[in-house]
Design a protein around this ligand. Structure first.
Ligand SMILES: [Fe+2]
Length: 558
């Protein structure tokens, strides 16, 4: 404390001074010219400063380190440690993460692994604890149910910022005791409660807010965005790999002259190859300014607004006492990153080494089955219809399709993989179009059982058996042979490898899938992984069978 006061008074030199900066001040909407003095990892002062070390920024703009307001690290397929250098290189110094996927696969040991891996990272990861494990009562996951009592010991952890996306909306609206216990526990601790309210509106949305839920990242239209702001939610504007909501939401808010003080950027689910190619929150900034958003307003959505929302003290701004997480950019249009500082040190973090995870690497335990068994399990009267660029699916009676359409369908299989029930189900899938093989994954939202699709039961069986051998991940079979694998050994959802290795493998497999016929409007990985999530209409497949989401029942159980 004494050192930073003396450095601020200029009675002693700062550790580092960034000279000749144009500093974006998010409190006054000004761009100030001067030096930034850093001492002990914090900003000591701004103006004319002297330091033991000095770097001339030659008039470049300096922003506070970006904050991703909501992110599932597992969707990148790499560990927190491996993701850290990648996010930092794009200016993201802090991310609020929901370890929902590993929690479904591995429970508390999975969450603890994420906390430990975060602790080995240069980035500042904060966590919200998964509220909805499993996402539906009937789901079979690796972890079973995560209760308020299970989570309580983790509340005091310094990285825990709140309760993660409350997606079991019926439990909230019916004031179900298990959910009420979770909400009360986190409220009493003054932590933030995250929302997840797709298509919710009117009195249902208000009841959801009245329960204490504070933000939402599922708005898809400007009307939904405005209704959320009107009701006091903080609006998270999402730009992930699949869901791209920034243009409709921000465009609509700008048109309606809405204040943006309660808006933040988030990525939610973004694959590592997309992060490496286009960026994350820096991508949001570029896109926002291209839509006509004033640059300083855009910067606030990437810095101050999420810091205020999550009570992240001394983050999100460049002012005395604030953490010296700084991003140096060439301009406020393209936000091309010149340098990143984390707690006052330039970021030159090398790629992370392999993560050590022990018992989390043995989670794929399949029942005995053959290709003939899968064929016998096939349900032919109902078809899952894919919709281009959407996670939404159509519930199509087979009788409504032509013989050609039916013949072009893929077989899709969901199989329990934790050695619990050994159940599996097979159905027909229209629009995936993978020909001459099969693609299988242990990454299947939210319970992360096996999900696979292809045009022959032999190839499906081969791909699924290979998944067990590699302890989870993705397997592509072509012409009766294993054509590519992407092992995700950690809980069957994350790789031990570094980001570039995983991205290269993912891109190679996606290209193969495209060569085999998967059309442009279908993401081979994302589409497959959401086919088993029984909360997105109209129809899903889980190990128990085809599930009608609108009627909330399995088709077999009419
Ligand atoms: Fe999410």
């Amino acid at each position: 404390m004494k050192r930073i006061i003396e450095a601020a008074l200029q009675d002693r030199p700062c550790d580092l001074v960034l000279k000749n900066a144009r500093i974006v001040n998010v409190f006054t909407d000004q761009i100030l010219e001067g030096d930034i003095g850093i001492c002990g990892g914090r900003i000591a002062g701004i103006g004319s400063m002297e330091g033991k070390e000095e770097t001339d920024l030659q008039g470049r703009f300096v922003l506070s380190g970006f904050i991703d307001a909501h992110l599932h690290i597992e969707s990148s397929m790499v560990t927190p440690q491996a993701l850290s250098p990648v996010l930092l290189s794009h200016g993201v110094a802090t991310a609020v993460c929901d370890p929902h996927e590993i929690a479904n696969a591995c429970g508390l040991p999975g969450i603890r692994f994420m906390l430990d891996s975060a602790g080995l990272s240069r980035m500042d990861y904060r966590f919200t604890l998964p509220s909805s494990v499993p996402s539906c009562d009937f789901e079979i996951n690796g972890a079973g149910t995560l209760s308020a009592r299970d989570m309580e010991p983790l509340l005091a952890h310094p990285r825990v910022a709140g309760l993660a996306e409350v997606m079991r909306i019926p439990d909230v609206l019916s004031a179900r005791p298990g959910m009420m216990e979770k909400l009360a526990l986190f409220q009493s601790d003054g932590l933030v409660i995250d929302g997840h309210a797709p298509a919710l509106s009117g009195h249902h949305l208000q009841a959801y807010k009245a329960a204490g839920i504070e933000n939402d990242h599922e708005a898809m239209t400007a009307e939904e965005a405005i209704e959320r702001l009107q009701n006091g939610f903080t609006l998270f504007i999402r730009e992930g790999s699949g869901a791209r909501n920034l243009e409709p939401l921000l465009g609509g808010l700008l048109n309606a002259h809405m204040p943006l003080t309660r808006c933040c950027f988030c990525t939610d689910d973004k694959h590592i190859e997309d992060i490496l190619q286009e960026g994350t929150i820096d991508w949001c900034l570029r896109k926002a300014v291209s839509l006509g958003c004033p640059p300083v307003e855009a910067v606030k959505m990437a810095t101050l607004n999420p810091a205020v929302h999550y009570h992240l003290k001394n983050k999100g701004a460049i002012a005395p006492g604030y953490e010296a997480d700084l991003v140096v950019v060439d301009d406020l249009k393209d936000f091309r990153i010149h340098a990143v500082y984390r707690t006052g040190q330039p970021v030159t973090e090398p790629a992370a080494g392999p993560a050590v995870t022990g018992q989390l690497e043995d989670t794929v335990h399949l029942p005995a089955f053959t290709a003939q068994d899968l064929e016998q399990a096939l349900r032919k009267d109902q078809v899952i219809g894919l919709v281009d660029h959407e996670l939404y699916t159509l519930n199509l009676p087979a009788s409504s399709l032509t013989a050609d359409d039916l013949a072009s369908c893929s077989y899709v299989c969901a199989m329990e993989r934790y050695g619990k029930t050994g159940e599996y189900a097979c159905g027909l899938l229209k629009g995936f179009n993978l020909k001459g093989g099969a693609l299988a994954a242990s990454y299947g939202h939210d319970s992360h059982n096996i999900i696979a699709a292809g045009d022959s039961f032999e190839d499906l069986a081969l791909a699924i058996h290979k998944l067990e051998e590699i302890h989870g991940g993705y397997v592509l079979v072509r012409d009766g042979r294993i054509a590519a694998t992407l092992p995700l050994e950690i809980g069957g959802v994350m790789s031990r490898e570094d980001a570039q290795t995983v991205a290269d493998a993912a891109l190679r497999m996606k290209k193969l899938a495209r060569d085999m016929g998967v059309p442009e409007g279908v993401d081979p990985f994302a589409t497959l992984s959401f086919l088993s999530l029984p909360v997105i209409p109209e129809i899903r497949i889980t190990p128990q069978g085809l599930y009608d989401v609108k009627k909330r029942r399995f088709l077999d159980r009419d």
